[in-house]
Design a protein around this ligand. Structure first.
Ligand code: DAH
Length: 353
């Protein structure tokens, strides 16, 4: 007989009794076993309820023991259901279908990268990749941020200890995917049209509940004759609708970046409350305002085009860029308390996606 328990030793004894009882149980009716041990009114659930009687400091240990027992019984009952038993390995029926191993899946960030790539490739962008350890020149200088320019402070940069190169300067871990802009102009021998989507790892000296030192960004760059803000806005709207669903809108607000003029911050309407900012009579908890800020954009600064060997009197372009992790968690309607969870390798978290 299994009894409820008031202390950890008593619980351990009960668990041992339960295991023994299970071992001598006639194993014919698997469904019955399932109900008796794992069902709503089964032994395990009864014991779970009695956890509240165990002294508070012992509860985590007791809970873990119970969970182990539950998993163990569940495993054995499943084996029985398939005509197998851990104790009778030589009676395995080889004609039975095998046990399906747990199949993994790609990491949520990789899923997002695939989806983003696909959306842009369908409208004529080419996915490119550039070094994630790059010269100061591509990360800052060619983007209209000369040495000692205060705008550089915005990017908490990791510097690599290697000798500086003439013209290229120091070597850094890329703080943003904008390093791909002038590299792409050079790759195409300064000959537009350019339609690139650069998705890569970025690094910043910042780590807390909302920042990881390594993260991902995606960067769009379009350069051609007659490109204007409407092309940028249309592209942002297209992405919003494809990624977050029909009806999602983009909004651009004036801002400042050294490498674009004019520059904007980009918001997307909240796809949970459909941009209303409301849930019934209260505020939408996810966005609070109807909009989510996602990143930056603008018309490519003439100095950046010049750095890439393109004549700004002949060509214009737009660019945008922001984080993959945030873009993805927004889509899932996730309010992750600590963004570092994404890279913790914790299966309980990752299996949800
Ligand atoms: N590189 C910027 C950042 O990391 C984001 C950004 C802003 C990219 C404006 C752009 C742009 O291409 O035009 O914060």
């Amino acid at each position: 007989m299994v009894q409820n328990t008031k202390s950890l030793p008593a619980l351990k004894k009960t668990i041992t009794d339960l295991k023994q009882q299970f071992d001598i149980e006639p194993k014919t009716d698997v469904e019955n076993l399932q109900n008796k041990y794992l069902g709503k009114r089964g032994f395990i659930n009864d014991l779970m309820k009695s956890l509240k009687d165990v002294p508070r400091e012992m509860r985590p240990v007791a809970g873990q023991l119970l969970n182990e027992l539950k998993e163990n019984l569940d495993h054995q009952i499943k084996l029985l259901g398939k005509g197998l038993s851990e104790k009778t390995p030589n009676k395995i029926d080889l004609t039975l279908p095998g046990l399906k191993p747990n199949a993994g899946h790609t990491h949520p960030v990789s899923q997002a990268i695939e989806e983003i790539t696909h959306i842009f490739e369908k409208i004529g962008f080419t996915r490119v990749r550039y070094p994630e350890v790059d010269w100061d020149y591509y990360v800052f200088e060619s983007l209209n941020m000369p040495l000692d320019h205060p705008a550089r402070d915005e990017w908490e940069t990791f510097f690599i200890e290697v000798p500086e190169a003439e013209k290229m300067g120091k070597m850094v871990l890329t703080t943003h995917t904008s390093n791909g802009q002038v590299r792409e102009m050079e790759r195409l021998n300064s000959k537009p049209p350019i339609r690139m989507i650069n998705i890569a790892r970025c690094y910043r000296r910042q780590q807390d509940a909302t920042h990881t030192q390594m993260f991902h960004q995606f960067e769009g760059l379009v350069v051609d004759k007659g490109i204007n803000i409407q092309h940028l806005k249309g592209t942002l709207d297209h992405f919003a609708q494809q990624f977050y669903g029909p009806g999602t809108k983009s909004r651009i607000r004036p801002f400042h970046f050294q490498f674009t003029e004019p520059s904007f911050e980009v918001d997307f309407s909240c796809h949970i409350c459909h941009g209303t900012g409301k849930k019934g009579r209260s505020k939408c908890k996810f966005c609070k305002s109807g909009w989510h800020e996602v990143g930056g954009a603008g018309m490519v600064h003439p100095n950046v085009l010049k750095a890439g060997g393109i004549d700004p009197d002949e060509y214009t372009g737009f660019a945008f860029g922001w984080g993959v992790e945030r873009t993805y968690t927004l889509k899932e309607g996730l309010n992750i308390d600590d963004i570092r969870l994404i890279y913790s390798g914790d299966l309980k978290f990752l299996e949800q996606f």
